[in-house]
Design a protein around this ligand. Structure first.
Ligand code: RUQ
Ligand code: CUA
Length: 618
């Protein structure tokens, strides 16, 4: 059967309808496009919603973190199709990432990262489609440019930060991408103190990484000294709460050893509210003590900088409502989630309505700042928002998503997830204007709802249709390990290029004419300018001497979409991929004598196999 366009959809749907009828699962209403009077099953309805016909495009991008794979993964929604892998903290031979000089330098000594929480850049609290930030537990944040979906900068490891989990959340104007340390340590790094002195000698830090509004270039902003709690997740205030950033914390007992027991003594832990505008002012004045090469501001000496909001014990997510009025947080083992009222928080701060302090940081009174305890169900982890004031909370223990209403605090619907749900992501669901439509449950454990692949099982996600009053589970899809959080952005907000134009290639070693390709020598330093274009690598051979320091500068002079070329150099561990119009270099020592073939690694043309040459080392 030839499948093309909408006719094919109807044919396919007719088939699915028939299957649905056979399965005996009939729904009362027919979807758009189906013939009147024809009953359509739930399965068919779901299929129609997620089916993206050949040649058609998805409506949304889902950017999911790849956990300790160190990468970011891009999926289309509603199809759930994996479209791209963006290498960030880990070499990725498929795109040559981590093999050329520039990306090798960016990675430094670390060849792995643990990515958790992606953050799309925002303008006025809404995604603007420019950059994507992603944290690494090794104290780093990377910036991906969504113009070409490439990692452009990695900042860090940032001094004093140990276990950068509460990251890479951005402020509403992308002024900062923030960091909060999960593991407290004695600072500066390199100081060894026994764990018995944890409560006094170990410290947490919260850091603001400044983002240049034009270029996205990241630099050190400010750093704040915090009590030795474990800081977990964060979210920036928006609109009425703009200027603040919130972080959950656990182990406010400052305990050590078996935390599952020792850190569960108290009924409440805290959400830290940090006034980042004040932090910015203090940093500008040079406030703070130099530790590990950065100025660290002590909130005990700077009143107004940090407050603690008591929250159910061991909270995970903290999420600010689209209007900025509510801060939502809950204990991971509770049956309710708390909506804190930002106005009440400000009143409590003004009236110094404090319950005490932690290392000089005021603790607010829970009863004074909460608006409601919403009975969402067991194990609330993370909340996202839809339009019309609805909130969606993932329930790890209950394996479900609860839908509830801000203001009335009524739980209106629940949908079971087929596995234990961790985070969830709604379309633009953490911005000032959520889209609704789709919600993705990022499940932990897959419980075999896929073809068996041995003990190392895939991660699983489920797509939920949230267009109607009742949520509907419509698709299972399997993702690369291991998404901790994801963000969903409307596809038309991203304007990506498909080739690098010749005019904007300012690489000093770029060559656009095969006549300019070849070897130049300066002592034992050798530069080989290489041109790649269908279907020749020029030069087709070159000679160097053993011991030379060689730089290969490879330019792909194609200006045609998807005409990538590669350069694999055998026995030298060299694997470069150049996109159309791109130049990359790789520098190495010619340690081995002999004849070493090189070839194009990317299938590019009928004569791709002919694209080869020889490096001769005498
Ligand atoms: S997260 S423990 Cu960074 Cu919820 Cu995954
Ligand atoms: Cu160029 Cu294959």
């Amino acid at each position: 059967m030839k499948i093309e366009g909408k006719g094919a959809i109807l044919a396919t749907v007719a088939g699915i309808v028939a299957l649905g009828l056979l399965a005996g699962r009939c729904a009362p209403s027919a979807p758009k496009g189906a013939k009147k009077g024809v009953a359509v099953s739930d399965v068919a309805q779901a299929a129609m919603k997620v089916y993206v016909a050949p040649g058609d495009l998805d409506e949304y991008y889902l950017f999911a973190s790849g956990g300790h794979s160190g990468q970011m993964y891009v999926y289309g929604l509603p199809s759930g199709r994996h479209i791209s892998t963006i290498p960030v903290f880990t070499p990725y031979p498929a795109t040559g990432y981590g093999f050329d000089d520039e990306s090798k330098k960016m990675l430094g000594d670390l060849t792995w990262g643990d990515t958790h929480h992606p953050a799309l850049s925002e303008t006025n609290g809404d995604y603007d489609g420019r950059w994507l930030f992603i944290n690494d537990m090794n104290g780093r944040i990377a910036r991906i440019d969504l113009r070409d979906f490439k990692t452009k900068q990695i900042i860090g490891p940032v001094p004093n930060v140990s276990g950068n989990h509460g990251s890479s959340f951005v402020t509403p104007g992308t002024e900062y991408s923030v960091m909060a340390s999960r593991f407290s340590i004695p600072i500066p790094k390199g100081t060894a103190v026994e764990v018995a002195k944890y409560a006094t000698d170990y410290k947490g830090v919260v850091t603001g990484i400044k983002v240049d509004p034009k270029t996205g270039e990241m630099s050190m902003g400010w750093q704040i000294l915090m009590p030795p709690f474990d800081y977990d997740l964060g979210d920036a205030g928006k609109l009425v709460s703009n200027g603040w950033v919130f972080f959950t914390s656990y182990n406010t007992e400052k305990a050590t050893g078996k935390l599952e027991v020792t850190s569960a003594q108290k009924d409440r832990d805290y959400i830290a509210a940090v006034d980042w505008k004040l932090a910015e002012q203090l940093a500008a004045k040079g406030e703070g003590q130099m530790i590990g090469g950065v100025k660290v501001i002590d909130p005990a000496k700077n009143p107004g900088l940090v407050y603690f909001m008591p929250c159910g014990k061991s909270p995970h997510g903290v999420d600010v409502s689209p209007d900025g009025k509510y801060v939502i947080g809950s204990g991971k083992l509770q049956g309710v989630t708390t909506a804190f009222n930002w106005e009440k928080v400000q009143t409590a701060i003004r009236n110094k309505d404090f319950a005490g302090d932690e290392d000089g940081i005021p603790v607010l009174k829970y009863e004074s700042i909460k608006d409601a305890e919403v009975p969402v169900g067991l194990g609330p982890l993370h909340t996202q928002f839809g339009p019309d004031g609805y909130a969606y909370t993932s329930l790890f223990v209950d394996s479900a998503i609860a839908k509830w209403k801000l203001g009335t605090w009524e739980v209106v619907d629940k949908v079971p997830m087929s596995y234990s749900i961790g985070h969830l992501s709604a379309a633009e669901g953490d911005t000032v204007s959520p889209d609704g439509k789709w919600l993705v449950g990022l499940n932990k454990l897959s419980h075999g709802r896929h073809l068996t692949v041995g003990p190392s099982q895939p991660e699983s996600s489920q797509l939920v249709d949230i267009t109607e009053e009742k949520m509907k589970l419509v698709l299972d899809f399997f993702t690369e390990p291991e998404p901790h959080y994801a963000q969903i952005i409307k596809a038309d907000k991203i304007k990506a290029i498909e080739v690098y134009s010749k005019e904007e290639n300012h690489h000093p070693l770029a060559v656009w004419d095969v006549k300019d390709a070849g070897v130049t020598r300066n002592g034992n330093k050798v530069t080989v300018k290489i041109v790649e274009v269908r279907s020749t690598i020029t030069p087709t051979d070159f000679e160097i001497k053993e011991g030379d320091e060689v730089t290969l500068a490879i330019t792909n002079i194609e200006q045609t979409t998807d005409e990538l070329h590669g350069l694999g150099l055998l026995d030298y561990n060299i694997n470069i991929v150049v996109d159309p119009g791109e130049t990359k270099t790789v520098t190495f020592k010619a340690k081995k004598k002999g004849v070493f073939p090189y070839y194009c690694t990317n299938f590019c043309s009928a004569l791709h196999q002919e694209m080869q040459g020889y490096m001769i080392v005498r």
